[in-house]
Design a protein around this ligand. Structure first.
Ligand code: URA
Length: 429
């Protein structure tokens, strides 16, 4: 077997065999296959596509390229979730404690924010003292002790994905459903959980801009997970409007705490409960919806979140006193320019404002300001009068107040009350 034949086969649209895909990933890792050959193969895959079977084989080859977490001690109870990346999306902080409160074990390796989307690790690090780096032993010990851990990658998980992603990024080969699905799912399979729920975001604040592509991606990821014996399902959810009223790292922890403390409901709660319900159902737990809701309303999910923060060294004062998470030098209000109804809030514009204030990264090595963000004080459908506050920006540098104009343009006010858009567009089991 040689790589030139493999590239040739894909160039003419043939289905690659399991052996060919394993040969490629092995050669990529041991240096026998040059990066320019991998780049050519990636481009052929983008142009000719992959069958579901090829995507399954590729995912497994990538998952097997490094360490894997072993959660087999928890039988059918281990749980993980993944979001394809959105704006104001802090569902992890609600979903995992909720399912843990209902008897599952929450073990999740998360990532950092890139581009306009936030990352769970950056959000958690807004809590002073909190550590997201753990050795595999520390990760297992914490899961054993309190049933939940959310950390950065422990050990060498999916090194093949790291290499492939770096090449895709510079060869215009990111946007292939098969490559995105195998990249995400290789990390989920290596993460070891039996029950997995995926939240595939769709709309202007997401990577997948239209529902058709989002559903295609969700179906392929579910097929890959099932082929590896996981209990997996996916929600395709709207990401045209920010999921929560709080966008920015520390603000998103604040928004999640408001839900966990029963001080707020809204879309963040709705999607979190739907994701938790899917995980509980996959693990065979009855009355999943009622149990998930009870875990939040009783405060048990909140206590589990607190125990995780404390165990990972975070200052618990931030949870007792969440206002500490709203901690910038300056806060400035954005006012409605006319009477009417809020017709729209553009998630992408809000995310770009947060990124431009230092809350996000352009390159993975950039540092973030965890404190900056945007709070929407209204929701789509709300009636407002001219001069009412519709949003606030939290910032640390003089000059960033100019971004108020962009927030203003993100909040569209019209004379008619708008129709409510569906939040959960599809469920794929
Ligand atoms: N997220 C990933 O982990 N991989 C991709 O290819 C795209 C998004």
């Amino acid at each position: 077997m040689n790589i030139i034949e493999i590239i040739e086969d894909k160039k003419v649209g043939k289905e690659l065999s399991r052996e060919q895909l394993e040969f490629w990933i092995e050669g990529l890792m041991n240096g026998e296959i040059a990066d320019y050959q991998t780049s050519a193969l990636l481009m052929a895959i983008v142009l000719k596509g992959m069958t579901d079977q090829e995507a399954v084989w590729l995912t497994n080859a990538m998952a097997n390229s490094g360490d894997k977490l072993d959660l087999s001690a928890y039988g059918d109870l281990s749980a993980d979730k993944h979001s394809s990346g959105g704006v104001g999306d802090s569902t992890t902080f609600i979903v995992l404690p909720t399912v843990v409160a209902c008897g599952l074990v929450g073990a999740k390796m998360s990532g950092r924010g890139l581009g306009h989307t936030g990352g769970t690790l950056d959000k958690l690090e807004a809590i002073e003292g909190l550590s997201v780096s753990m050795s595999p032993e520390e990760f297992y010990n914490q899961v054993n002790k309190i049933g939940i851990a959310v950390a950065g990658q422990t050990g060498q998980i999916c090194p093949a994905d790291k290499k492939l992603y770096a090449l895709r990024d510079v060869t215009a080969t990111v946007d292939s459903v098969a490559l995105i699905a195998s990249s995400i799912m290789s990390k989920k399979l290596a993460g070891g959980a039996k029950n997995i729920v995926l939240d595939v975001k769709c709309g202007r604040g997401a990577f997948m801009k239209n529902q058709e592509d989002a559903v295609k991606l969700a179906k392929l990821m579910v097929a890959i997970g099932k082929a590896s014996g996981r209990n997996i399902s996916a929600l395709v959810t709207d990401m045209n409007v920010p999921l929560s009223n709080y966008v920015g790292n520390s603000l998103e922890v604040y928004g999640a705490l408001k839900v966990l403390k029963n001080e707020s409901r809204g879309n963040l709660y709705e999607v979190s409960m739907a994701l938790a319900e899917r995980l509980l159902e996959s693990a065979g737990i009855d009355n999943a919806k009622e149990r998930a809701e009870e875990a939040v309303s009783s405060g048990r999910a909140c206590r589990i979140f607190e125990s995780m923060i404390a165990e990972q060294g975070g200052d618990i004062e931030y949870l007792k006193n969440p206002e500490k998470l709203l901690n910038t030098r300056y806060v400035s209000e954005i006012l409605a320019e006319s009477d009417g109804f809020v017709n729209d809030i553009d998630a992408m514009k809000i995310a770009e404002v947060v990124r431009d204030m230092g809350g996000g990264r352009i390159k993975i090595e950039d540092t973030v300001d965890p404190w900056v963000g945007v709070e929407m004080t209204v929701n789509v459908g709300d009636k407002v009068a001219k001069g009412d506050t519709v949003a606030k920006i939290y910032y640390n540098h003089i000059g960033h107040e100019n971004l108020k104009e962009k927030v203003q343009s993100a909040v569209a006010i019209g004379s008619q009350k708008p129709k409510q858009n569906k939040l959960i567009l599809e469920i794929i089991k």
